[in-house]
Design a protein around this ligand. Structure first.
Ligand code: CO
Length: 216
């Protein structure tokens, strides 16, 4: 069976299954979306956002990339964030990393990944800033998982350093930013940190919106 045939057959079976319980299922879903969560996760095929938290279609707005990064020049991520926070008005932004992350492993190695080197460079810089803490760990798997955790904290901080999140807070939108790690060995998620509008961060990253917000 061709790949396409296999996938289309699975799709048809799924669509029929969903309609069995509710004949109007797709009609209702097609009308609009009002997800309460933005999920920023790793592209890893073993960490499917909806499945691991039992979310149904319509519940999660999702962005995934290698090693769940928030890079401040990434227009793709920033557009997703802007849309989710300011137009869909999600209450929660979830940044979720996972143990055994291939992106983190690659960044910790000296292997050349050509184009990918540029993406992984962001992780190498995080490693460099935390190298003393990471050097204390001898086991290579534990080392990877330490950087996984540090990366989640850094990316949550990157989220709150964006004008998108800060402006939303200033406007009275109480969106909360969560940092989670999914354990691939157990399937269980743990929370590392949570930031709301009272989050503290260095003033150099804080934007002064001046009178801009008066007209809103
Ligand atoms: Co990963």
């Amino acid at each position: 069976m061709k790949v396409k045939d296999k996938l289309f057959l699975s799709n048809k079976a799924w669509a029929l299954e969903m309609q069995k319980n509710d004949p109007d299922y797709f009609k209702k879903l097609a009308k609009d979306q009002a997800p309460n969560y933005l999920w920023i996760g790793c592209s890893d095929s073993r960490v499917p956002a909806n499945e691991i938290i039992g979310a149904q279609p319509g519940e999660l707005f999702v962005h995934r990339n290698i090693a769940n990064m928030v890079v401040h020049t990434d227009l793709n991520l920033l557009s997703v964030l802007e849309y989710a926070v300011n137009y869909l008005n999600v209450d929660h932004v979830i940044l979720c990393g996972h143990t055994g992350c291939g992106g983190i492993k690659a960044a910790l190695s000296q292997s050349n990944f050509d184009l990918l080197n540029k993406w992984l460079r962001n992780l190498k810089d995080i490693y460099y800033h935390h190298r003393e803490e990471i050097h204390l760990i001898k086991d290579s798997e534990a080392k990877v998982n330490k950087l996984v955790e540090i990366n989640v904290v850094e990316q949550v901080h990157n989220l709150i350093k964006t004008g998108v999140v800060q402006k939303a807070w200033k406007k009275g939108n109480n969106v909360t930013v969560h940092g989670w790690v999914y354990d691939m060995e157990t399937g269980i998620i743990k929370s590392l940190l949570e930031c709301d509008k009272n989050a503290e961060f260095d003033s150099i990253y804080r934007y002064d919106f001046g009178d801009e917000l008066d007209s809103l």
